[in-house]
Design a protein around this ligand. Structure first.
Ligand SMILES: [Zn+2]
Length: 320
């Protein structure tokens, strides 16, 4: 595919960014992989003879005429990042192309080996508006409690979210990226445009897949630890009982994969104990009654799991 002979030709080495200073229609020629950002192309994007196209914009039939091209960006290129084109764009001599939500009015792929598109759901806000984004190759970033969303674009990047306390959209474009989210009482919705990306979340984070325009996404949740259901340990129950008879209750982790109480398979099974004893300096020296065996798990517990039960240190840190 060649552009018009009168087109301006610009040569680059390495990664190339298309940023909006070029006269449209723009042709990006000879990059390995190309990433097209949300809201990047004001018109139609046509991709000629790619291997795989991963697109969050439904593929259409309109094509950009390659004879109309005004600017050609080429050279000894690695990856291409299309951030802004004020008109139509074409991509040629490329391997894989990743097209984000709302990246162009129309996306068409001519001669693609395969096109991946999943319109099951769309993010409520454009990935361009998220507070945190990582873009490039093998970048790494860590962020605490971001708002609205986080996005990762490119290959083999790592993004870690700690202390998340607000629901999040996670938008991943490209391949081999890793996203880790830890937090409290947070719902995460994941959108993937690409392949072989991994998203993992901590035990108090709920993750659901919004849409996957691609394949081999790993979405994993850590199991809930039994400690999350324990209101009071045995040593906490005995603490301060210097002298006299007391009735105390406490909970312990139970080493079970199924809950004897409700019958569900569970990550966190605990057992409740009661002890009626005579205490001396925080130790039971004579036990009158020791009841145990009441099991519960994360499915049948009356205890609010995780976030509501803050430790005093957490309370101080969060509530100031
Ligand atoms: Zn249960």
């Amino acid at each position: 595919m060649s552009g018009d002979q009168d087109a301006v030709r610009r040569e680059f080495t390495g990664d190339v960014h298309v940023g909006g200073g070029e006269t449209a229609p723009v042709e990006l020629r000879g990059a390995a992989d190309v990433y097209v950002s949300a809201d990047a192309v004001a018109g139609t994007l046509t991709i000629f003879d790619p291997e795989y196209v991963f697109t969050d914009v439904s593929p259409g039939d309109d094509r950009v005429d390659s004879d109309a091209v005004r600017t050609v960006l080429t050279g000894d290129l690695e990856d291409g990042y299309v951030d802004r084109v004020d008109g139509d764009a074409i991509v040629t001599e490329v391997e894989d192309v990743f097209v984000e939500h709302g990246a162009a009015e129309v996306v068409s792929a001519v001669g693609a080996e395969q096109v991946f598109h999943d319109d099951a759901a769309a993010p409520t806000r454009s990935p361009e508006d998220y507070e945190v984004s990582v873009s490039g190759w093998e970048r790494s970033r860590s962020v605490r409690d971001p708002r609205d969303g986080v996005s990762v674009r490119g290959g083999r990047n790592e993004l870690t979210v700690t202390d998340a306390r607000h629901d999040l959209t996670v938008y991943v474009t490209g391949w081999g990226n890793e996203v880790r989210i830890e937090g409290q009482a947070v719902d995460v919705t994941v959108y993937v445009v690409g392949r072989d990306n991994r998203i993992s979340v901590g035990p108090y984070v709920t993750a659901t897949m919004g849409a996957e325009s691609g394949y081999d996404t790993e979405l994993e949740s850590d199991p809930l630890p039994p400690e999350a259901l324990i209101e009071r340990t045995e040593s906490e129950a005995y603490d301060g009982l210097l002298f006299g008879r007391h009735k105390v209750t406490y909970q312990e982790p139970a080493d079970k994969e199924w809950c004897p109480n409700c019958g569900e398979r569970a990550d966190a099974v605990i057992t409740r104990h009661q002890r009626d004893a005579f205490f001396l300096f925080g130790r039971p020296v004579r036990t009158y009654e020791h009841g145990d065996g009441a099991f519960e798990c994360e499915h049948c517990t009356p205890v609010a799991v995780g976030p509501v039960e803050l430790t005093p240190e957490e309370r101080k840190r969060i509530l100031g």
